[in-house]
Design a protein around this ligand. Sequence first.
Ligand code: FES
Ligand code: FES
Length: 168
Amino acid sequence: MTTKMTAAAETIEIALTVNGERVKRPVPARLNLADFLRNEMQLTGTHVGCEHGVCGACTVRVDGEIVRGCLMLAVQADGCKVETIEGLSDSGELAELQSAFVLFNALQCGYCTPGMLIAAQALLQNEPNPSRERIREHLSGNYCRCTGYQSIVDAVEAVAKQRAARAK
Ligand code: FES
Ligand code: FES
């Protein structure tokens, strides 16, 4: 644990890995992870919608698990490995899903898209061959106000089928 109180500034020093980079920062105790990533790390691909854990726009990956960045405090990420849409895009891990989203017109304004991609990738990692219903169910925690979801489900299903065909 590398947390250190600095009472005067009412901040806590945290050390974590963000997209492969070691980061050490003093942060206000009540700062949430999404705001930390956006405002302290300039990783603005993590979006903030409801700030109540409902919309999924703030979805990031922490130690391999998807979490709502608005519901987790930055201090709770001390010692953790955090991955955002920027890191996952740069690594190429989301490339297939990103291409499919473009191909199927699975985004319009794009506000939901970073969270949607990270959530979809988590599903396909855990369940390589999900049904359309299962895709809908899994993504139901990520709100999209533009697309009506049909094209998003099409895109995720297409990637699942591509990966299944490759695995044969
Ligand atoms: S901003 Fe976090 S779930 Fe909506
Ligand atoms: S594309 Fe606009 S909210 Fe999903």
